[in-house]
Design a protein around this ligand. Structure first.
Ligand SMILES: [Zn+2]
Ligand SMILES: [Zn+2]
Length: 248
């Protein structure tokens, strides 16, 4: 997501800042809204059952995985750190991550996850405020989707960080071994030059299919052909090709 969904950790230093305050406020708000939505869903489950909620949860988790990959693909493929507005805040962290994959391990929780929290909060808040989750079947499933989707987006960079951790906690390894979160062996496929496959970093369920249908390759070709301002030429393969101006 941004990593909206992805490695949207800050590339600046970790000093306390106004921006960190905003991220912290977003995290507290996100936690509160998630709990509130969870309570609504528990009430809805009593009326509408849990079968379709489980289906919706799987769809939401898969959707978050796809979105994580699509955002990651955009940041890895187009523009540069000098791109106005998005360059330094959005593109640079992804490109730096290829050069320094373990840099993410040095980022504390809020640095690693604050931006994803910022993007996950607004849609969840809107659904919580305006959708009758506990009293309507459609609202119940809509609320379930957005809760699971938003939480998955929020956790994506944490899952990504664990995939770069040599010895994560035992319960994290258990989740990784069962394919319930992104695993190191799966994500390592992306970290091979020219970094143009297996972009999905929530759990990776979408990666094999997207690779088989050459989704990102074809999307890149379409964007390069039709989107004004995007170079028609694909950069040459190589580690520096996608991050030409990042190396200090
Ligand atoms: Zn990448
Ligand atoms: Zn990575």
């Amino acid at each position: 997501m941004t990593d909206c969904v992805a490695p949207v950790e800050s590339h600046t230093d970790d000093r306390f800042s106004a921006y960190r305050l905003v991220q912290t406020a977003a995290f507290v708000s996100f936690a509160g809204v998630s709990v509130g939505m969870g309570v609504e869903i528990v009430r809805g489950a009593a009326a509408f059952g849990v079968f379709w909620l489980v289906v919706v949860a799987l769809v939401a988790y898969t959707a978050a995985d796809f979105v994580s990959g699509f955002v990651h693909f955009l940041a890895d493929t187009f523009g540069s750190p000098e791109t106005p507005w998005l360059g330094r805040a959005f593109i640079l962290p992804f490109r730096e991550h290829h050069r320094d994959p373990t840099g993410i391990l040095r980022h504390p929780f809020m640095v690693a996850n604050g931006n994803n929290c910022l993007v996950a909060l607004p849609p969840l808040l809107l659904v919580w405020l305006f959708v009758p989750v506990a009293t309507s079947r459609t609202g119940y499933l809509t609320g379930g989707f957005f809760l699971f989707f938003s939480v998955a987006i929020f956790l994506t960079n944490q899952f990504h960080k664990w995939a770069h951790t040599d010895e994560p906690a035992g319960w994290v390894r258990a989740f990784q071994a069962r394919g319930l979160v992104l695993s190191k062996s799966h994500h390592d496929i992306h970290h091979v030059s020219p970094f143009d496959t297996y972009y999905c970093i929530t759990v990776g369920w979408c990666n094999p299919l997207l690779q088989r249908i050459r989704f990102f390759e074809r999307t890149e070709a379409v964007v390069r052909r039709f989107v004004p301002g995007v170079s028609r030429e694909k950069p040459p393969a190589g580690a520096g090709a996608r991050a030409p101006s990042l190396l200090s």
